[in-house]
Write a protein that binds this ligand. Structure first.
Ligand code: NAD
Length: 366
């Protein structure tokens, strides 16, 4: 058996060698890996953070609500009391970058209007934090690429908040499509919309990321891309419109329809709207149709195909808890994110091509 003084010498040497050979970041990373739950900081305490993500973080097993970033002191007080968040984990937009020095925070989850996503994702990555970012990823492909680059440069993972990728009905229709269990896909029809009665929200403000195509439209684009199991090669045609020009000003889209062409000339029709409640995905295959309706709701999804019903009931906010637990597990195990930044970028590329087609009334190659 080793005597005490020898054990102490070895301990001292081990600590000494850590101090000599490991930078603070490596030590921090080692500390992080040892955690059994990751600490999440939500940035932007609006509807989605308040009603879905914070409640979901009370259900997650691999991560928890460790901190908040808000510009509204009253919200900071209310959240601090409700979720027992220590003062040292509460930031505003000016102090945000000092989150770099906070070992409680492993992941920064950006839940701001889309025009702000790029700035806060890059700042979070530069602060040495993993980043989760809500959809739509950003306003342009260039912004998306800058976000991916910043996370890569800082060796931090980046996940986009496409909760449906983590969801069983979605995973099941994708399995049918990708394994050609009903033969090849011959067409897709997808619609995602709801009646938005707000008049002056960021969704109705172009500079903040408004326009329905960025918001609900990415769900319709996802339905087309995932339903096809392929990437679109062109926008055949697209139209943007509004019946409320006093709210959707200067050509901002309240409703957008588009036809996407996929390899082999297969077509997908998509519709997205802030003017009507509509939500379905139909995937026509050689041997029958897969129908999902509602398709992108928080729960109550119903799906069927000639192979049978797809039935996985759950309550709100199970989807959000599953998404965050999946992502936390991937980080802790050093695995790639299920929905990396590249997936968010693909949709923004399509968004930009649809707007270009609508403006030019021309086919646009992607
Ligand atoms: P929201 O308007 O309710 O909240 C936005 C938050 O950003 C507010 O707390 C607001 O104070 C803050 N903010 C900071 N600077 C702002 C500025 N200059 N202008 C406006 N707000 C500012 O929006 P939300 O519905 O919570 O959406 C936030 C993000 O989450 C968006 O990217 C949205 O697409 C996404 N979202 C995703 C889902 C989903 O199912 N994945 C659902 C809803 C929203």
């Amino acid at each position: 058996m080793m005597n005490k003084s020898r054990r102490d010498v070895l301990k001292t040497l081990a600590l000494g060698s850590s101090a000599l050979f490991f930078s603070p970041n490596v030590l921090l990373a080692a500390t992080r890996r040892k955690k059994d739950k990751l600490g999440i900081a939500l940035v932007g305490l609006g509807y989605y953070s308040t009603d879905l993500l914070a409640p979901a973080l009370q259900q997650t097993k691999n991560c928890y609500l460790a901190g908040i970033v808000t510009g509204t002191p009253a919200k900071a007080e209310a959240w601090k009391a409700k979720y027992n968040i220590p003062d040292k984990n509460i930031y505003n937009y000016q102090t945000f970058d000092t989150i770099a020095n906070n070992p409680d925070i492993d992941v920064v989850y950006v839940v701001l209007p889309p025009s702000m996503h790029k700035e806060y994702v890059v700042r979070a990555a530069n602060a040495g934090k993993h980043v989760w970012c809500e959809k739509p990823m950003a306003m342009t492909v260039d912004e998306c690429q800058a976000m991916i680059d910043a996370c890569n440069k800082n060796k931090q993972s980046l996940a986009i908040g496409y909760r449906l990728h983590h969801e069983p009905h979605t995973q099941e229709y994708r399995r049918i499509v990708n394994n050609k269990l009903l033969g090849k896909v011959t067409g897709v029809n997808c619609a995602a919309g709801y009646r938005d009665n707000r008049t002056n929200h960021w969704k109705q403000t172009r500079e903040l990321g408004g326009g329905v195509l960025y918001d609900m439209g990415v769900y319709a684009i996802q339905g087309a891309r995932l339903g096809m199991g392929m990437e679109p090669v062109a926008i055949v045609s697209a139209t943007t419109s509004t019946t409320r020009p006093e709210i959707y000003k200067n050509g901002l889209d309240e409703t957008t329809v588009a036809q996407l062409e996929f390899p082999g000339g297969v077509l997908a029709d998509i519709k997205t709207s802030f003017g009507e409640n509509v939500n379905f995905l139909n995937i026509t295959c050689e041997k029958g149709e897969i129908k999902v309706e509602p398709y992108s709701a928080y729960n109550g999804l119903k799906a069927s195909s000639p192979l049978g019903e797809i039935y996985h009931p759950y309550d709100i906010p199970w989807q959000q808890a599953k998404q965050m637990d999946d992502n936390a597990t991937s980080i802790m195990q050093g695995k790639p994110m299920l929905v990396p930044g590249e997936e968010g970028l693909r949709d923004i590329r399509v968004v930009q091509a649809i707007y270009k087609s609508a403006a030019s009334k021309q086919r646009v190659t992607i």
